[in-house]
Design a protein around this ligand. Structure first.
Ligand SMILES: C[S@@+](CC[C@H](N)C(=O)[O-])C[C@H]1O[C@@H](n2cnc3c(N)ncnc32)[C@H](O)[C@@H]1O
Length: 290
């Protein structure tokens, strides 16, 4: 990569945006702004009020390294080590999936169910917590609930714990490392999960920045993509209280298969789907029969 030359913020952003656009980065301007504000330790809005500022040699060097990493495909969240989710500031590294905006729909849906079914003191189990995004977002809204958040990756559990601490909810969430339901023997009001849901075939077609940088075990489910949902549906029924809720994120085109598996167990009622901002069925909820 040709080295970025020292220039004012306005021109630096323009040049970075052009370089990012040339390699088809989806949001070139946003990525340039997030990176520059990170290395200048300023808010994004300050880039506009201080657009004539010329970064120091050190700032230029660091920013140049960040831009080079982004040009090689690395996601911005791994470069900055941060990601916002539910307006919370989360620490992120390449051991955890970068929380996606559509996962906020799962959070919204759980909050709606808690309110409707008066479960504010509920016990909530999250399978596959990653950075802790979902449980921490919910805990920030539900201070009387008790959360149990687990992951098979010890590195993920460590990050999730730190994220709970930095967002002030560490007393509400217990983090555990293990395989699916193995660490648990009690029953819950909610089992929630954004499980791995990419099939082996789809995996090959993922954008480079996902396939080469995000942890495979957070993405890949198996030959069909719904293998984790099947486990959650089957085993989850034994871990849900009567009238408790299973709420899961699903991938594009998986709603029929997931609905079928829920019905086949004959252990769930009130099966409903919620769509995301693109109109794709993204979250499924189902109530454990009484
Ligand atoms: C799609 S990521 C979701 C992460 C986070 N909840 C989010 O929404 O950003 C799935 C998570 O499931 C975890 N996982 C994979 N297999 C698992 C298993 N057998 N038991 C528990 N967690 C598992 C992965 O390590 C990963 O953190």
């Amino acid at each position: 990569m040709k080295k970025l030359r020292q220039k004012n913020i306005h021109n630096l952003l323009k040049e970075t945006e052009d370089r990012f656009r040339k390699i088809n980065i989806a949001l070139p301007r946003l990525d340039a702004e997030v990176l520059l504000s990170f290395y200048l330790k300023k808010n994004r809005s300050t880039l506009y009020t201080n657009s004539e500022y010329i970064p120091t040699d050190k700032e230029m060097r660091e920013y140049g390294n960040g831009v080079a990493r982004r040009l090689r495909g690395e996601p911005v969240a791994y470069i900055t080590g941060k990601k916002e989710f539910w307006s919370l500031d989360l620490e992120i590294n390449d051991k955890v999936l970068i929380p996606r905006p559509e996962t906020e729909i799962l959070v919204e849906q759980v909050l709606k169910l808690v309110k409707k079914w008066k479960l504010i003191n509920g016990r909530i189990l999250e399978i596959g917590t990653g950075s802790g995004a979902i449980s921490i977002a919910l805990a920030s809204e539900l201070e009387r609930a008790r959360f149990f958040a687990m992951d098979i990756s010890i590195d993920a559990v460590k990050i999730a714990k730190r994220n709970a601490g930095r967002n002030g909810v560490e007393k509400l969430v217990s983090f555990v490392c293990g395989n699916l339901f193995e660490p648990f023997s009690e029953k819950f009001d909610f089992i929630i999960s954004n499980p791995p849901y990419i099939s082996e075939k789809e995996f090959q077609y993922l954008p480079v920045e996902v396939r080469n940088f995000e942890p495979e075990e957070a993405l890949l489910a198996g030959p069909k993509g719904i293998e984790f949902h099947r486990e959650l549906v089957k085993k989850g029924a034994d871990y849900l209280k009567k009238k408790g809720w299973l709420v899961m994120e699903i991938g594009y085109g998986q709603s029929h298969a997931v609905e079928r598996m829920l019905k086949e167990t004959q252990k769930y009622d009130l099966i409903r789907f919620r769509t995301d901002y693109a109109g794709i069925k993204r979250v499924v909820e189902a109530q454990r029969s009484g």
